[in-house]
Design a protein around this ligand. Sequence first.
Ligand code: ZN
Length: 170
Amino acid sequence: MASNELNRVPLEHRDTLGRFLVEHPVKLGRLATALGVKIKVSSLGAGVSGQISREDGGYVIRVNRNEARERQRFTIGHELAHFLLHRDVIDASPNGITDTVLYRSGEPERIEFEANRLAADIVMPMELVERELQEGFGGRITEASIEALANRFEVSKAAMEIRLSNFVAA
Ligand SMILES: [Zn+2]
């Protein structure tokens, strides 16, 4: 049931990631720390949701302080996905990767699709979402169950709705 992206996470990070995908809301700050990535809530330009760059031999994610918390969480997931999948791309640019509100960075679209899919795996782990939906709502996807799950995972309703539609299709 794991996505292609989840299967592509480097072995050295897979256990660490797995340890954090077992409870909701996923503790993104601690996950980042465990991966050796710093998170800074920052003043970014309007239209920029987040960025990740190499600094002082480590990696730093900046997330736009003016965006909603749920949005920031998805952005952190997206930037962590870049860290896990696209380190070469980050390292190849002095400024790393900067993502607009549409999660476009000027890098190939494939890279952004991959980061969005892995971000969803990180902030809304499929097995956990499935279990919550089954145990709490008999597997029924309704306005109420979407909202409740969005609250539990601290993501937007829109993000959870997309996640659940993937789940039905899977
Ligand atoms: Zn991106």
